[in-house]
Write a protein that binds this ligand. Structure first.
Ligand code: PGA
Length: 251
């Protein structure tokens, strides 16, 4: 089963969101896409609206507060989200960059999600600087060790990973299959070393960064890729439907 997640980021008004999901639901209901697990991560404010219209795909939250409740203006807690979603994106590079989210904070966010029976989709990936310097695998290892590898085997089985090289996000060109393979294999090996092969085989590792209908098939054909996290190309029904169609046609 491939995970196909649309990360809308801060895009779409309520009307646009409703129109999108109406078309998507029709598309999913008239085709039998049983090899993909489709999810949409809209802005928070649309979650209740879309929740009430939908049953053909999952909803995902783009962020969560590190606190459970209280005087934290503008924040949304895991306890509030769990009425609408089962998964929450954590550690997206835009949150790390624009909102100074550190590995320490991300660890706390994941902890609070797991305590609320929610599944984190943990994003990690190297900067262009680390890629050019050549120490990107060390960079990635640190990101994983400082956050998800602090959790137990049991907790890890509720976490999805998404490799998102920062230099590929929104750039129009994704990492190539060699680069994706190298990192995904490296990450699975790391998990295997600490948690054993049973857990390593099961943990979904998605790829994100300029996915589109031209590169979907080649990326999803890589042995250690379990799905896609899609930004820009998930905003248009046509592009998103094409990606689903391609993902579902793979063996
Ligand atoms: P992109 O974004 O597909 O627009 O590169 C992916 C992401 O940031 O999750």
């Amino acid at each position: 089963m491939k995970h196909i997640i649309a990360n809308w980021k801060m895009n779409k008004t309520k009307e646009e969101a409703l129109s999108f999901v109406q078309k998507l639901s029709f598309f999913l209901e008239t085709n039998n896409y049983n090899k993909c697990n489709i999810s949409i991560a809209p802005p928070f404010v649309h979650l209740p609206v879309l929740y009430n219209t939908n049953n053909s795909f999952n909803l995902i939250a783009q962020n969560v507060s590190v606190e459970n409740f209280g005087a934290f203006t503008g924040e949304v807690s895991a306890a509030m989200l769990k009425d609408y979603v089962k998964h929450v994106i954590v550690g997206h590079s835009e949150r790390r960059k624009y909102f100074n989210e550190t590995n320490e904070l991300l660890y706390k966010k994941i902890k609070i999600l797991l305590e609320n029976s929610l599944c984190p989709v943990f994003c990690f990936g190297e900067s262009i600087h680390a890629r050019n310097k050549g120490d990107y695998l060390d960079f990635i290892e640190r990101q994983l060790e400082d956050v998800i590898m602090l959790f137990s085997q049991n907790e890890l089985s509720n976490i999805l990973l998404a490799y998102e090289p920062v230099w590929a996000i929104g750039s129009g060109s994704s990492a190539n299959e060699l680069q994706i393979n190298e990192v995904h294999t490296f990450v699975r090996d790391l998990i295997e070393k600490k948690y054993g092969s049973m857990y390593a085989e099961k943990i979904p590792i998605l790829y994100g960064g300029s996915c589109n209908s031209d590169n979907t098939s080649i990326i999803l054909r890589q042995p250690n890729v379990d799905g896609l996290l899609i930004g820009g190309a998930s905003l248009s029904n046509d592009h998103f439907h094409q990606i689903i169609q391609l993902a579902n046609s793979l063996d």
